[in-house]
Design a protein around this ligand. Structure first.
Ligand code: ADP
Ligand code: NA
Length: 301
């Protein structure tokens, strides 16, 4: 199996449970508080590592307690952190309030993530190509450098263009495989949010691909639709009891990268990633909801 290098964010999610979300100017008492490792980069790296890929997370942590906790968490998950810089100031942080109905309010503080610098990529030798995977929770210029470096070095590059940043539209043509959800697709392709598989495929066809392998759109309970060359491929999701879809997209991206790194072809890798994401939605949380390789393979059997 080849390896997966994720260039992405790591955040400490500080999660307070509240009876209802506070109004402007209001103070409310929380019923509980939890610190949970998060950030799209870390979540996707955990998904890839649990699927069995040798995995590294590059980016930046602060020299604070949260940074130390995040590094220890990534170590426990078997994720290499040698190129996760330790910079002055706080680590990335998300302040999350969740009410009794599960509705939330989230404030993200970029912290150290804003200082992340794209790592160098060694030129590819023989064998399956290593996979480079990025998202948009790091500076856009650095993500662009990373994708260009991946192309020069012959790596297979994946971009999960999330969150949707209109100013990052120029990057969506850079990776070998672009992954977006319906909302992000609407922003980057310049249309309304598609309803269903056919509308999503039609809208995705408007995105520039420059000969890249595929554009992949995740559709929640409808699974994914992928434009691969001239073909449109729909992989439906399993019908499962949903506990919380937080992290489903991150699970999909990380496992897709890992499956490609082990040499699966794109269609097989999409099916593997959909199976994994269908398991993640049955468990609470994001990073902690990522399934193990054996669970994903059992789901596919
Ligand atoms: P995001 O969270 O980024 O918006 P999606 O909601 O599209 O991403 O979910 C990503 C993937 O997770 C989907 O393509 C699907 O495979 C899986 N998934 C999400 N929601 C469900 C669901 N309700 N039932 C089964 N699978 C789901
Ligand atoms: Na989940």
């Amino acid at each position: 199996m080849s390896h997966v290098l994720v260039f992405g964010s790591a955040n400490m999610d500080v999660v307070a449970r509240v009876p209802r979300l506070p109004l402007p100017g209001e103070t409310l008492a929380a019923s509980s508080l939890a610190h949970v490792p998060g950030g799209k980069g870390a979540n996707q790296a955990v998904a890839a590592a649990r699927f069995g890929a040798p995995c590294e997370l590059a980016g930046a942590l602060g020299k604070d307690d949260h940074g130390r906790s995040l590094a220890a968490f990534l170590d426990r998950e078997g994720i290499a952190t040698g190129r996760l810089a330790r910079v002055e100031g706080p680590s990335g942080l998300a302040l999350i309030a969740i009410d009794a109905e599960g509705e939330n309010q989230i404030i993200v503080v970029a912290g150290a993530n804003a200082q992340a610098q794209a790592p160098d990529l060694a030129p590819v030798g023989g064998g399956p190509r290593p996979v480079a995977l990025a998202q948009f929770e790091l500076p856009v210029d650095e993500v662009e450098r990373f994708l260009l470096a991946a192309r020069r070095a012959g790596w297979l590059s994946l971009l999960n263009a999330a969150p949707a940043l209109a100013e990052a539209t120029r990057l969506v043509a850079l990776p070998d495989i672009l992954i977006v959800n319906e909302t992000e697709l609407a922003v980057f392709a310049g249309g309304r949010v598609p309803a269903g598989v056919d509308e999503a495929a039609a809208l995705a066809a408007r995105l520039p691909r420059k000969g890249a392998m595929a554009t992949v759109v995740t559709l929640g309970a409808d699974g994914v639709v992928a434009l691969v060359g001239e073909a449109v491929l729909h992989v439906p999701a399993q019908v499962v009891p949903v506990v919380d879809t937080v992290g489903a997209g991150d699970c999909f991206c990380g496992v897709l990268a890992a499956a490609l790194a082990e040499g699966q072809d794109l269609e097989a890798a999409l099916r593997t990633a959909v199976a994994a994401a269908g398991l993640a939605v049955q468990r609470p949380g994001a990073a902690d909801a990522m399934p193990l390789r054996a669970q994903v393979l059992a789901q596919l059997a």
